[in-house]
Design a protein around this ligand. Sequence first.
Ligand SMILES: CC(C)(COP(=O)(O)OP(=O)(O)OC[C@H]1O[C@@H](n2cnc3c(N)ncnc32)[C@H](O)[C@@H]1OP(=O)(O)O)[C@@H](O)C(=O)NCCC(=O)NCCS
Length: 194
Amino acid sequence: MPSDPTPVLLTTARLNLALLPPDGAARVLAYHEANRDHLGPVSPARPDNFFTVTWWRSRLAQDAEDWRRGLALRLFMLSRELPLSSAPVLGSVSLTDIRRGPLQSCEMGFGLDHRAQGQGLMSEAVRAVCDYAFGAMGLHRIHANHLPDNHRSAAVLRRLGFSVEGLARELVLIDGRWRDHVLTALLAPRPPAR
Ligand SMILES: CC(C)(COP(=O)(O)OP(=O)(O)OC[C@H]1O[C@@H](n2cnc3c(N)ncnc32)[C@H](O)[C@@H]1OP(=O)(O)O)[C@@H](O)C(=O)NCCC(=O)NCCS
């Protein structure tokens, strides 16, 4: 699928979901700095310069390129009540490893500012991203994996209709340990029978 080179912008009741340009690097960095202890324990090892504006400038440029090439879509969650150009980053939802041909699948990841939990914002964002993936992007299957004791993540996925498909042993290296993950997936809705 040829990707639209302009930034994707999805809107929900409370959120804008957007690809940020490289000059949004300071806002993404502020989000990660405020959530080191919250996101670190569920994230794969990060590069040494992860907590720098330089790294985020180049990563956001790469995000635009990955989307242009149809490889990945990494969206940031911003409050709809604030201007796009200055709203702080509340979280992110990413579709990576987008596969075409007979698979039409991707991997989904997400994270939310610890101060924004408990309001249904992630469920709202994930619902919009899944609708977009199955609609405009034409994907058929979305995979999402979580640590067995990540009950909040499991609850978001359950709420959105993801089904557990199994347990992958030692799937991801996190903080020096190979960690098992629960595998879940959501399939595109079937068109109504005629
Ligand atoms: C996983 C994570 C995104 C879940 O965040 P969350 O705030 O629990 O999820 P939501 O934003 O969907 O909010 C759901 C909660 O808001 C409540 N809520 C309040 N208003 C709501 C509304 N309008 N709609 C839906 N839920 C609402 C729900 O009842 C639920 O509360 P509960 O946890 O007490 O049952 C967050 O904990 C996180 O970022 N964790 C670290 C990163 C991570 O684990 N990522 C996934 C890796 S696989």
